[in-house]
Ligand binder design. Sequence first.
Ligand SMILES: Cc1cc2nc3c(=O)[nH]c(=O)nc-3n(C[C@H](O)[C@H](O)[C@H](O)COP(=O)(O)OP(=O)(O)OC[C@H]3O[C@@H](n4cnc5c(N)ncnc54)[C@H](O)[C@@H]3O)c2cc1C
Length: 509
Amino acid sequence: MQHADVLIAGAGPTGLVLALWLTKSGVKVRIVDKAGKAGTTSRAIVFHARNLEFYHQLGIAEIAVERGIKTIAGNFFKRGKKVGRVPLSDLQINFTPYQFFLALAQDKQEELLEQQLAGLGVMVERSTELVSFEQSANGIRAQLRRASGELEQCEATYLAGCDGAHSVVRKQIGTGFPGGTYEETFYVADLKCRGLFVQGEFNIALDDADFLAIFPLKGDEQVRLVGTIRPEAMKKENLQWEDVSEGVIKRLQIEVEKLNWFSTYRVHHRVATHFRNGNAFLLGDAGHIHSPIGGQGMNTGIGDAVNLAWKIAAVIKDKAPAALLDTYEPERIAFARRLVASTDNAFTFVTARSAFATWVRMNIVPVLLPWLFGFVSVRRLLFRTISQIAINYRQSDLSIGAAGKIRAGDRLPWVPGDTGTDNFTGLTTMKWQAHIYGNTPVGIRELCDKRGIKLHVFPWGNAAKEAGLQENAIYIIRPDGYVGFAGTDADTAKIAAYMDKWGICLSYK
Ligand SMILES: Cc1cc2nc3c(=O)[nH]c(=O)nc-3n(C[C@H](O)[C@H](O)[C@H](O)COP(=O)(O)OP(=O)(O)OC[C@H]3O[C@@H](n4cnc5c(N)ncnc54)[C@H](O)[C@@H]3O)c2cc1C
């Protein structure tokens, strides 16, 4: 019987990122997928800045950016007429090194992640299905079924359920999956086409009873369309391109040269009641599913994976207390619930067919949105929210203190460096570290040296000030780039107590 530290069920984007982070941290994983081969359809398309920051930590952000399209503006259309453009390039604050939405299809993401894993000697075990599992004091004993039908027992300390919306792990840990399913059927089509929309940018077109979202794809005139199916066709089986709502497509004068991929889907909105039972965890679509508005699904799954990966690595490799794992569910389920509620509201509004909703959508929104987006503060809020850089864990047990405008639980703000290095460079170690912007208070260097955590001292300046940091304060940064502890009084006893509680010590040398 093969033993793994972590058995990962499902090699979608969530499982692959989890496997990559854990492997890079020295944790032994097995990753299995019931599908015989990797996905070849694009599915999720928008990749957000926060996840590119995680990819930077994993050393793959530049490759992802090269393979995708930097989308720096969105365009709005009403009944086929352009009514506004929202540029992201002039937010007048550098929030992140990745101030754009990256259009990179899900199959390309998965390919990149699998290549990286293979480079580290970890192969996805395909045609291998997690059938069931039991938990004991020693961890997990799982039953896997190979393509031949042969059953295999696998022991692991932890089980990560990254097995998608129909998760076996979720069903077996007995947690609920409350929520619902929307009535409408949507289509996704990848095609080569031209029309009145702006190539290379994001476009959203509203019509009386219809909407269409257009995303750029790599290649000449290649785009992804997301729209609705004609109501009278919804009951048909085997829906085709001929069944899509034509209103917006005609108004935007879209001429299709080649249809590369077409699929339809129903949208659900559900969050599991719990993300954990003992040593089994739920991540990604196994724990939450929601409308595609804002392109958050895949991004949130990857956020779950990073949050759990460093905690498992700390417990297994660095002898951190197992209580660290208790912080996974509260940190991630809180965000999943907020996300499902907000995408639910937006989605209900965009698709509502009542006369009043249509009137608001066609008369108020096209005037209000361009006006609102004329304000840089609104564009900043939009970017911070959608890009997931505003996610915080302020309520977490792991978050203690505040300094400047930064509270423990916030993402470490990005401070661009004058000489090519910035304050994110050190995050590639994926380890706890301490940051000071200014002068190092007495006793802090000795404390960090004693504990074996790296101390990064940056010069104080306008960039740090604008980012909301405080001069000479101490920030203890988690391996995923969130602030764990923030303080201004350099009270070494307080900092040492925080480090003791979470096992941040010598082993991090
Ligand atoms: C047509 C379509 C369009 C979409 N468009 C968007 C979009 O525009 N934006 C967006 O954010 N999201 C979109 N999504 C959702 C997005 O694809 C998901 O959020 C994302 O795939 C979640 O990743 P995951 O790894 O958690 O789960 P999945 O990608 O579902 O991966 C789960 C994996 O687990 C495997 N598996 C399942 N059961 C088992 C088992 N018992 N044992 C072993 N392996 C198992 C499956 O084979 C699969 O490979 C779309 C989805 C679809 C289908």
